[in-house]
Design a protein around this ligand. Structure first.
Ligand code: ADP
Ligand code: ADP
Length: 223
């Protein structure tokens, strides 16, 4: 009891491939948890199950009072939009929009007015130290800047949980560490929990807790 988000003995297969073979995990409010383990061990699938993107074959996912695994797709989608933020490795910014418009987009989709959304987007860009790229399109900024814009977009709605799948995977180590520092600082300011997938220990070092997956199972005894 008390966990914000929990997976209990989650199983998921894709055809003959078992991605998750009984993965369990608890995430408390405001906690930064890193999912680690070799390629193919089920990290992304577990993240997708926790975020309500993939429905487990067996086991349960709880988010606050909700049993995520039992909700309809439209209910899960509403929850994702309202309570969750997402950062991926790359390719997530809309190329036709400016960086400020990209960050404002989740607010606009949530019904926030144009002027208010723009002000909040600029504030979020400022918090990530990339206010100066507000008027540029994603194709005109560096990889590190683009990933900071993506973090600003994930945080602008003040989500309860940020899901980050290899958020630094396309960056050099200096930019990767900056993005991790800014992501975790900004998450702490808003008390957002972070579920982070990475295979790099220098990235996982920014978490409060590391959970290791092997062959679709979580091996952290404390989880
Ligand atoms: P990781 O993130 O640790 O690399 P994944 O969760 O991406 O692991 O994948 C776990 C296993 O499930 C892998 O064998 C992968 O190929 C397989 N898998 C993941 N998603 C799919 C999918 N949509 N269709 C088929 N196989 C998948
Ligand atoms: P990662 O290993 O970094 O998580 P992948 O490149 O393995 O990423 O997977 C990218 C996307 O493709 C994910 O959404 C995953 O679910 C899906 N996927 C992974 N493996 C397979 C597969 N064998 N068949 C179909 N889709 C897959």
């Amino acid at each position: 009891p008390g966990a914000l988000l929990a997976a209990v003995e989650v199983r998921k297969a894709f055809g003959a491939t078992t991605a998750l073979a009984g993965a369990s995990l608890r995430v408390d409010a405001g906690e930064v948890v890193a999912l680690m383990g070799p390629s193919g061990s089920g990290k992304s699938t577990l993240l997708h199950c926790l975020a309500g993107i993939v429905r487990p074959d067996a086991g349960e996912v709880h988010y606050g009072p909700h049993r995520l695994s039992a909700l309809s797709e439209s209910a899960r989608s509403a929850l994702r939009r309202g309570d969750f933020g997402f950062v991926f490795q790359f390719g997530q910014l809309v190329p036709e929009l400016t960086c400020a418009e990209n960050v404002a987009l989740p607010l606009r989709l949530a019904g926030v007015g144009r002027r208010d959304a723009r002000a909040r987007a600029l504030a979020a860009l400022g918090r990530l130290g990339v206010e100066d790229v507000a008027a540029k399109r994603p194709g005109e900024v560096s990889g590190g800047q683009g990933q900071r814009v993506a973090v600003a977009r994930a945080l602008v709605t003040e989500p309860k949980v940020v899901f980050a799948d290899e958020p630094t995977g396309a960056l050099d180590s200096l930019n990767g560490e900056q993005v991790m520092r800014l992501l975790t600082e900004a998450a702490r300011e808003t008390s957002a929990a972070v579920v982070l997938v990475t295979h790099e220990s220098r990235v996982a070092a920014y978490s409060d807790r590391e959970v290791v997956l092997r062959d679709g199972r979580t091996t952290d005894a404390a989880s």
